[in-house]
Design a protein around this ligand. Structure first.
Ligand SMILES: C[S@@+](CC[C@H](N)C(=O)[O-])C[C@H]1O[C@@H](n2cnc3c(N)ncnc32)[C@H](O)[C@@H]1O
Length: 275
């Protein structure tokens, strides 16, 4: 009897991965586009500058050997400690850049269906090459004194990357178990609009994990979301249940081989959508 149960369990087919995304309107080099980004938007977007921000994100997130450890380990620990548990969870990292946080989650949880969303094609191309296509990267970090390290990639089959706006996600209503976003809400013109979108795509009881230095780019962010108690009361008014609030979560971003760095005082929180 127990043998039959075991065989039945082993033969339950794995749900398919990556199928939350409907067919994209277009794609470039394996990156599907769910937002029609104009040439003017490409030019204005600093995150499309490969030699500046993509290589900097690569040095920070994919090149642990340069720093003897992952510099954002405290952030990764915070997310790991608050991730939902279970099989076959559907998880998205919004503003994922080169995909480190969602890549590690997908690698550690092979039954999960994971998505990395960003508005930068260059970030997503780097992420797709590294995490999905198994390419070795050789970023030019000579300007930081780090040379041109070779970084070996992965071939994860449960991770999909897509270009979309974080405030207009290509997921059906109530389809995700977890939405993560780090260093994103202070990049957005209206952070509270993003919370509404994340509530739309999360299942009832689904979990939002946010970390941000609240280093807002635009006056609207400072006006509506600072000090951070404004975020807390907004989320509570919208019915979110706050499971954790950590302020500050300090992080240090290495800048060069000399050891210069930028120190970030993040706010990190976990909010559950009502069941
Ligand atoms: C400061 S980086 C943070 C990257 C990474 N999450 C981290 O923790 O280091 C911000 C990222 O958000 C992306 N981004 C900016 N505005 C966005 C938007 N409206 N929707 C989705 N991604 C966006 C940028 O392209 C960039 O990759």
């Amino acid at each position: 009897m127990w043998l039959r149960v075991l065989v039945q369990r082993l033969s339950v087919p794995e749900p398919p991965k990556g199928n939350l995304l409907s067919p994209a309107s277009s794609s470039r080099r394996g990156v599907p586009f769910f937002y029609d980004k104009s040439e003017a938007e490409f030019k204005a977007d600093v995150y499309e500058r490969y030699d500046e921000l993509v290589t900097r994100q690569t040095a920070l997130h994919l090149a642990d050997e340069l720093h003897q450890a992952y510099p954002f380990q405290p952030l990764q620990n915070y997310i790991r400690d608050h991730l939902s548990v279970g099989d076959h969870l559907k998880v998205a990292d919004v503003g994922c850049s080169v995909g480190r946080l969602i890549g590690d989650i997908a690698n550690a949880n092979t039954s999960w269906d994971c998505y990395g969303i960003d508005l930068s094609y260059q970030m997503l191309r780097q992420a797709t090459d590294f995490w999905v296509k198994g390419a070795s990267l050789r970023p030019n970090l000579i300007r930081y004194g780090w040379g041109t390290p070779e970084l070996a990639g992965y071939e994860l089959t449960n991770l999909s990357f897509a270009l979309a706006k974080g405030e207009l996600l290509p997921f059906p209503d109530a389809s995700l178990d977890v939405v993560i976003n780090t260093f994103l809400i202070d990049r957005l013109p209206t952070p509270f609009a993003a919370f509404a979108e994340w509530a739309r795509v999360l299942k009832p009881g689904g979990r939002l994990i946010t970390a941000s230095p609240l280093n807002f780019l635009q006056p609207e962010g400072w006006r509506t979301a600072h000090p951070p108690v404004k975020i807390l009361s907004h989320l509570q008014q919208q019915g979110w249940s706050i499971e954790n609030w950590t302020d500050p979560l300090p992080l240090e971003e290495p800048m060069d081989v000399r050891g210069n760095s930028v120190r970030w005082a993040c706010v990190a929180f976990v909010a559950d959508k009502p069941s």
